[in-house]
Design a protein. Structure first.
Length: 127
């Protein structure tokens, strides 16, 4: 996966940002929404595309409205898209099931015996 080719395929939409900010926030479209079409991407191999489709779906979306600048929000949204794709493309190693060690099994049995002994000693012998 090439991050630069991915960045070139990201489409942006802009709208007014929510929250405080005065007249600047009310008049300027600084909120950036980045959209990445996985199926149409040339920057992903077939295996990567299949993995991303399975984990994230056909369209990956990220929104940024953290900064006052549209340019900065555009960068943040693109970074978030690349981050999501990088995480989705990673191949996880399969977990190999392991057996508990003999010492821990023995410890568990000792604890169980000790609890049973404690309960036996608590019994009322008159009954």
């Amino acid at each position: 996966m090439d991050a630069e080719s991915i960045r070139s395929e990201i489409a942006f939409r802009f709208s007014r940002s929510s929250g405080p900010g005065g007249q600047h926030a009310q008049k300027r479209s600084t909120r950036a929404e980045a959209l990445f079409d996985v199926a149409e991407s040339a920057g992903l191999t077939e295996a990567e595309r299949a993995r991303v489709l399975r984990k994230l779906g056909p369209v990956v979306r990220a929104i940024a409205q953290d900064e006052r600048s549209q340019f900065r929000n555009r960068e943040l949204a693109a970074d978030r898209i690349v981050e999501q794709l990088t995480e989705a493309v990673k191949v996880r190693r399969r977990r190999r099931p392991t057996k508990p060690p003999a010492a821990s099994r023995e410890q568990q049995l000792d604890d169980k015996r000790r609890r049973g002994q404690t309960k036996r000693l608590r019994r009322n012998l008159d009954e």
